[in-house]
Design a protein around this ligand. Sequence first.
Ligand SMILES: Nc1ncnc2c1ncn2[C@@H]1O[C@H](COP(=O)(O)OP(=O)(O)O)[C@@H](O)[C@H]1O
Ligand SMILES: [Mg+2]
Length: 321
Amino acid sequence: MVSSTNDFTKLTIAKEVRGRLQEEFPSLMALAATPPAEVMKRCEVSKSSAERAVNQARKIIGMNQPTTAASLLKKELDRPRITTSSQSLDDILGGGITVGSITEFSGAFATGKTQISFQLCLNVQRSVEDGGLAGKALFLDTENTFAPARVAEMAYSYTDDPSEYLQNILVSRAYNTDHQIQLIDKADKILEKNNIRLIIIDSMASHFRAEFPGKENLPRRQQTLMAHAETLQRLAESYNLAIITTNQILSNPDNLFSGANNLEPALGFAWGHRPTHRILLRKSRGTARIARIFDSPELAEREAVYHITPQGIRDGPPLDY
Ligand SMILES: Nc1ncnc2c1ncn2[C@@H]1O[C@H](COP(=O)(O)OP(=O)(O)O)[C@@H](O)[C@H]1O
Ligand SMILES: [Mg+2]
């Protein structure tokens, strides 16, 4: 957590208002990072109470003071990461999946988006020494592809009894965009209570593309998607957790900036700015897949080969394969 300041008594506001805030927000940080208009709606308090509370929370947490680049660098280096179980994939990611931001995996069918997600749901539970965060995972399943038996199969690499690993993966099936958004908007308490350190949305694209088809729906889709992305970013920062979204790819012959074969992630330009790291996946021979850093402020455009094996994501196929 960015700040452990949980003391709502520090807010000089009416007791009744404080009670409602405390009921809705697990920490002052969560309150401070929420727009007053949303606080107003969620807690049913007046506009002035919401603004007052948010401003005070920001001050208490120190959110209004700039930070030096030096301390940001230190924080960046100290930032924990989740291993993908492939050293070469970890390498191009700068050491693994990082917390505090959104990482997107895009690729065609069977490139490994869901398999990587499963692997991370297990790995986040491992100790820090073993490449995890000793936390739990929340998996938002939009395509009904969550496969517990497959996750268990992967978990056998770590244990003889996968039940505890499965116990620590919370799965929510999201039925449409509205439901998907609601599940994330209401996630604060679940995240806090369960020590969730990883949220997976597999996939980000399916409901949004299905429900907002065509050019005429584009502005509405972008607007809804932006608000959703903003909430996700807030959760990533407030709870110091990693967020993985998966995305489909489209071929766009007009886009000069698109990758090999003019393939680019779906959901358009506006969404494209939201994930901090974007990775394109493509098929290679047999179990091999290739990941390429597509767009990241800090990672070079490198490629890595990984394999989808019965045991999970690995650098190469197992010897007895
Ligand atoms: N138990 C398993 N053992 C080995 N490979 C598997 C297993 N389950 C799935 N795979 C492989 O994973 C690939 C599908 O990856 P997936 O992550 O589901 O794709 P997508 O990118 O569409 O989400 C397929 O090539 C499949 O052969
Ligand atoms: Mg999938």
